[in-house]
Design a protein around this ligand. Structure first.
Ligand code: IYR
Length: 220
C-alpha cells in the first residue's frame, strides 16, 4: 500500500539565485577530469562513506536501489584485481578489440597496464543487481537496472569531485572476475570499477574538449 509523507526537504531559490547556482555548479563540475595516474596518499574513509550515501540517494526503478558498492582498500585485494584486470586488458588491446575501437581510444593514451588499481587508496566496484531482497524477505525483480545504476554512479563521481577527489571510471572487459574476487553473487553484474584518490603530482590529462550545448542538446 502506498503511504505518503509531506515533502519537507525541497527548497525553492529566488530565480536570480537559481541562475547563479546553475552557473556555479557548471563551472565547478567542468573542472572534473578523469585521471589515470593517482597518488598513494590516503583518503579518509568517512569521505567515501558520505559520497556513497549521496550515490545511494539516486532515483531508481520502482525505488528498488538495484546497486551494490564494494569498497576496496586492502592492498592484497587491489593487487589481485590488478592482475585479473590486466589479463583481460592484454587480450583486449592485443586482438579482442576491433581496430575501430582502438582508434577511438588512441587520444586517451590507454593501454593494458593498470598500476592505478594498486596505487590509488580506494577502489569502488559497482554492481548492478537484477533482483532485490525486500525487508520482508521477498525476492523481487528490479527494473531499469542499468539506468538506475548509471545514475547512481554519476552521482557518486559528482560527490567525489565535490569532495575534492579525482576518479577514473575503469571498465575492464569482461568484468566477471570482479564477482569472484569480491565474492558477489551471480545476480549481481559488475557495472564499473571506480578508482578514487588524489591525482598524481604533475599528472597530465588528454587535451580533449567537451561538445558545446548546441551539439549535445536540442530545444524544441
Ligand atoms: N577497458 C579498456 C579500454 C577502454 C575502453 C574505453 I570505451 C575507454 O573509454 C577507456 C578504455 C581500458 O580500461 O583500458
Amino acid at each position: 500500500m502506498a503511504q505518503f509523507v509531506p515533502l519537507r526537504t525541497y527548497r525553492e531559490y529566488p530565480q536570480s539565485e537559481m541562475i547563479e547556482r546553475a552557473h556555479a555548479f557548471n563551472t565547478d563540475i567542468q573542472r572534473r577530469r578523469t585521471v589515470r595516474e593517482f597518488s598513494d596518499r590516503p583518503v579518509p574513509r568517512e569521505i567515501i562513506e558520505q559520497c556513497l550515501l549521496a550515490a545511494g540517494s539516486a532515483p531508481s526503478g520502482a525505488a528498488l536501489q538495484p546497486w551494490h558498492f564494494v569498497v576496496v582498500s586492502d592492498p592484497k585485494v587491489k593487487a589481485t584485481l590488478r592482475v585479473e584486470a590486466e589479463k583481460e586488458e592484454r587480450d583486449f588491446y592485443n586482438g579482442r578489440a576491433p581496430q575501430e575501437w582502438l582508434d577511438a581510444l588512441a587520444p586517451l593514451g590507454t593501454d593494458e597496464n593498470k598500476p592505478f588499481l594498486e596505487v590509488a587508496p580506494w577502489l569502488i566496484a559497482i554492481f548492478e543487481k537484477t533482483h532485490s531482497l525486500l525487508d520482508d524477505g521477498r525476492r523481487v525483480k528490479n527494473y531499469y537496472v542499468g539506468q538506475s545504476t548509471g545514475i547512481a554512479c554519476g552521482m557518486l563521481i559528482t560527490a567525489l569531485h565535490h569532495a575534492g577527489l579525482a576518479t577514473l571510471t575503469h571498465t575492464p572487459s569482461p568484468m566477471a572476475f570482479m564477482n569472484k574476487i569480491l565474492d558477489r553473487p551471480k545476480g549481481e553484474r559488475p557495472f564499473l570499477l571506480l578508482v578514487v584518490g588524489y591525482p598524481a603530482p604533475g599528472v597530465q590529462v588528454p587535451d580533449i574538449h567537451r561538445k558545446p550545448l548546441d551539439r549535445i542538446a536540442t530545444f524544441i
